[in-house]
Design a protein. Structure first.
Length: 329
């Protein structure tokens, strides 16, 4: 009887290990003293010194790339961070975007996932042209890969090097760089790729910023994908050949079935009036006026296009090209 019981315990332990491998392959290695925060759709390691996450990790599937809920824009402190996270006042008037580490668009498949993606523990001070430019482009490319390969393991975070500047009363550190580490399983084998991008405007192609996961580990001192079998980990994490990945966009995210709410286009017609079309596109512009994105005069003040928690339009005014005030960026 005792032997059978031990055999059963061994079986359950092995089974649990296998299930954990499949479910949390994306998690970097961490110590018992690290502040690990587990949310519904992602897990992060919070760094109190920098008032932001060292990394945010999650698995993104093809089904989760189909938007079903509206972007919330409800920024708030993370109640799970025991030392308290950054706040509105840290970013207000700083000139930096509250940039998502795990993008809201990756969480648009579920209301709770979307809500939690706006915790300040998932935010980092990003140059506006970076956040709305090359970083946004990389985020879209990751979703395209999730559609093509059916699932992708994603780890993103800041790279903060001394000396660094900070913003706000809580002295939120301004990263010099950001990274993404990616892993997919395909035909019983693995592909990995990583990116390191400077926190500034860039017109370069994404391939310019490719590094291997090994290179990224050397830079960040983080052990990514530690659950990979030891026999293949070194080979997989040394990969950095962009030709191994499919770079062709095969999916129109805007035309995907969606329960999100369409908003009036922010574009201007030839007669000078606001366009009457409605759109679900994250830029706020319909397909006729997409070329007007980021071209509005900096001196032009307009009412914020975001929606408050009560469902009414925000009454703040803004000069930002996104059409949103600081609280809803």
């Amino acid at each position: 009887m005792i032997h059978c019981f031990k055999t059963l315990l061994t079986f359950l332990f092995v089974l649990f290990s296998l299930l954990s491998f499949g479910q949390e392959l994306y998690l970097p290695a961490f110590d018992s003293t690290d502040q690990i925060i587990r949310h519904y759709a992602f897990t992060l390691q919070y760094n109190e010194e920098y008032e932001q996450a060292d990394w945010v990790a999650y698995e993104l599937t093809s089904n989760e790339c189909i938007p079903r809920v509206k972007r919330s824009d409800n920024f708030k402190s993370d109640p799970k961070v025991i030392t308290s996270s950054a706040e509105d006042e840290d970013y207000k008037g700083s000139g930096y975007d509250r940039g998502h580490i795990a993008p809201a668009a990756d969480m648009a498949w579920d209301l709770r996932a979307m809500h939690e993606s706006f915790f300040y523990s998932n935010m980092s001070p990003q140059d506006p042209s970076f956040n709305r430019g090359i970083w946004k482009k990389l985020e879209a490319q990751v979703r395209s890969w999730a559609m093509h390969y059916r699932r992708v393991q994603v780890v993103s975070g800041p790279i903060i090097e001394n000396p660094y500047s900070s913003i706000g009363p809580n002295e939120v550190a301004i990263p010099q760089y950001y990274y993404k580490a990616l892993l997919i399983e395909q035909d019983s084998s693995y592909l990995s790729l990583a990116f390191i991008l400077p926190n500034q405007r860039s017109s370069d192609g994404l391939e310019t910023f490719i590094v291997s996961v090994n290179d990224l580990e050397s830079r960040t001192k983080i052990d990514f994908f530690p659950l990979l079998p030891d026999s293949i980990e070194e080979q997989v994490e040394a990969q950095k050949d962009p030709k191994l990945w499919n770079w062709e966009s095969e999916y129109d995210f805007e035309s995907a079935p969606s329960e999100s709410i369409a908003e009036r286009c922010k574009g201007t017609t030839l007669t000078g009036r606001q366009c009457k079309n409605r759109t679900r596109h994250e830029s706020g512009y319909c397909h006729h006026h997409r070329d007007q994105e980021n071209t509005q005069p900096a001196s032009e003040t307009s009412q914020c296009t975001a929606t408050t928690q009560s469902g009414s339009r925000c009454k703040r005014t803004t000069k930002d090209s996104s059409g949103r005030c600081w609280q809803h960026q």
